[in-house]
Write a protein that binds this ligand. Structure first.
Ligand code: C2E
Ligand code: MG
Ligand code: MG
Ligand code: MG
Length: 284
């Protein structure tokens, strides 16, 4: 009976594996042409200052508009383009697009809004990273203080010294720096003191159920207190409910981002957020 069960599992396993493998192959092949076929898009998710209710930033998130598969999330393809190196080219495209969009908003008379961009560890291996960033800022004439680069803590495991140099260069240009998905990776805390970062983003896995889960609540509290002790600003990611928001407010978290406020939106969707700067949630 054991043999039979095993062989069934095996069949199930191989067919799942084939489907996954086939999808991955399809993604890999499609990605090579995604840029030249103009299939990449950027959506923006607003962030809000909890104390004032003011929108105080946005995050740029990549999307792949696939002709058959629809909108593909970066969770499915970032790893692929990191492995094949394409992320360098894509990352450059994202940066240019974001700078152009931000500049266009300012030229249209909207109040300045800082935009966060995700950088992957692979981009730091590119020797030209700093030069490319400087070049794009120059071309697009964007004030660097309107940009924030998000890196994950994984980056600190390898390449410590070279990363540190690049981060200091970024600060010198006038860019803001944030640690993304804080608490999700495995790394020592010492880098928080060593890296010239401004902001810490608490990963959404600690925000989920924060009102009920004592463990997550303690972690969030400890992270917020520690970050403040280090002079860092804290953004909670993945805030989906008003209860979570209220809880984070009690913990003196600075800002939030998540479906409660808004899903990531195309540029036109963000424009309505410039109009009403104050979200009237504080009065409710
Ligand atoms: P991230 O930087 O941590 O971005 C936050 C992710 O959480 C986004 O997923 C966002 O859509 C999602 N999210 C926002 N609010 C909520 C919420 O209330 N609940 C839940 N469950 N999720 C929420 P997305 O857009 O699928 O991106 C996934 C990851 O892909 C990003 O995580 C980031 O690490 C990476 N990524 C996205 N765009 C880029 C990019 O341009 N370059 C690089 N290197 N990585 C990117
Ligand atoms: Mg991010
Ligand atoms: Mg994150
Ligand atoms: Mg992430």
């Amino acid at each position: 009976y054991r043999a039979k069960e095993q062989s069934n599992n095996y069949q199930l396993y191989t067919s799942n594996m084939n489907a996954t493998f086939y999808r991955k192959m399809k993604l890999e092949n499609g990605l090579r042409k995604a840029m030249e076929k103009d299939q990449l898009r950027i959506v923006y998710q607003p962030q809000m200052d909890i104390r004032t209710g003011q929108i105080n930033g946005i995050e740029a998130l990549l999307r792949w508009q696939h002709p058959e598969m629809g909108m593909v999330s970066p969770n499915e393809f970032i790893q692929i383009v990191e492995e094949n190196g394409q992320i360098v080219e894509i990352g450059e495209w994202v940066l240019r697009k974001v700078c152009e969009q931000n500049k266009a908003w300012q030229s249209a008379g909207y109040p300045p809004l800082k935009c966060a961009i995700n950088l992957s560890p692979r981009q730091f291996k590119n020797k030209n990273l700093i030069e490319t960033v400087k070049q794009i800022l120059k071309e697009t004439e964007l004030d660097p203080s309107y940009l924030c680069f998000e890196i994950t803590e994984n980056i600190s495991i390898h390449q410590i010294e070279s990363v540190l140099t690049v981060l200091h260069d970024f600060k010198e240009i006038g860019l803001e720096l944030a640690i993304d998905d804080f608490g999700k990776g495995h790394s020592a805390l010492s880098y928080l003191k060593k890296y010239p970062i401004d902001t810490l983003k608490i990963d959404k896995c600690f925000v989920q159920g924060i009102e009920m889960d004592r463990g997550n609540a303690s972690i969030a509290k400890a992270v917020i207190d520690m970050a403040h002790g280090l002079g860092l600003r804290v953004i909670a990611e993945g805030v989906e409910t008003e209860d979570q928001l209220a809880f984070l407010k009690d913990l003196h978290c600075d800002s939030i981002q998540g479906y409660w406020l808004s899903r990531p939106l195309p540029p036109e969707g963000i424009e309505s957020f410039f109009g009403d700067e104050l979200i009237p949630f504080l009065d409710r």
